[in-house]
Design a protein around this ligand. Sequence first.
Ligand SMILES: Nc1nc2c(c(=O)[nH]1)N[C@H]1C(S)=C(S)[C@@H](COP(=O)(O)O)O[C@H]1N2
Ligand SMILES: [Mo]
Length: 199
Amino acid sequence: MSVISRGFRGRRGEGGDRLPPGQYLEHGFPVLSAGPTPHVPLDRWEFVIDTEDGQAHRWTWDELTALPAETPTVDIHCVTKWSKFDTSWEGVSLDVLFENVDSAAEYALVHSYGGYTTNLPVADLLDGKAWIAYRYDGEELEPQHGGPARLLVPHLYFWKSAKWVRGIRLLDEDTPGFWETAGYHDYGDPWREQRYQGD
Ligand SMILES: Nc1nc2c(c(=O)[nH]1)N[C@H]1C(S)=C(S)[C@@H](COP(=O)(O)O)O[C@H]1N2
Ligand SMILES: [Mo]
């Protein structure tokens, strides 16, 4: 009987094999912010990619939202152990934004309005793995969830998906961001349960 029930419900209970180790399935959409929600008028909003040799690539709100968009539906995984399946977004692939960026840098430090930062390898931003998302579930992205726009990197723990994203600095050396400096893992792969430094 236990064999049938395990097989029916999935080995880890609700969520089954889509749930990374140590996570549970969340049906709401929790808000996790380390500080107050910044408010940036769209006519003053900009997104910038700064390269390691000082080139700056800038987009205004109108320029960003005029670029071809994608509508990824992805599972997200927060290090506080909730995962949410099939979240649907709209935004611009980082592949599009990096098209004319001439850089050999391997590391990225993402920074946000309000001062939040997080680091990841440039490779994890490319090849269809990351977006600047500005719509969620068919609506404008709510301020508490990072609106007007946030980074979306669903294959890493969700703290890498910087809300209120302002830019990406490309660097030759890895530089830890806000949570990484506080002891969270440098890379943060939920499938390898890389929660803290040393995991
Ligand atoms: N700018 C900024 N981005 C952030 C955070 C933050 O505090 N500030 N928190 C991170 C964490 S820990 C998580 S789990 C997700 C939460 O996103 P949500 O509030 O939309 O669920 O945003 C990430 N991005
Ligand atoms: Mo988180």
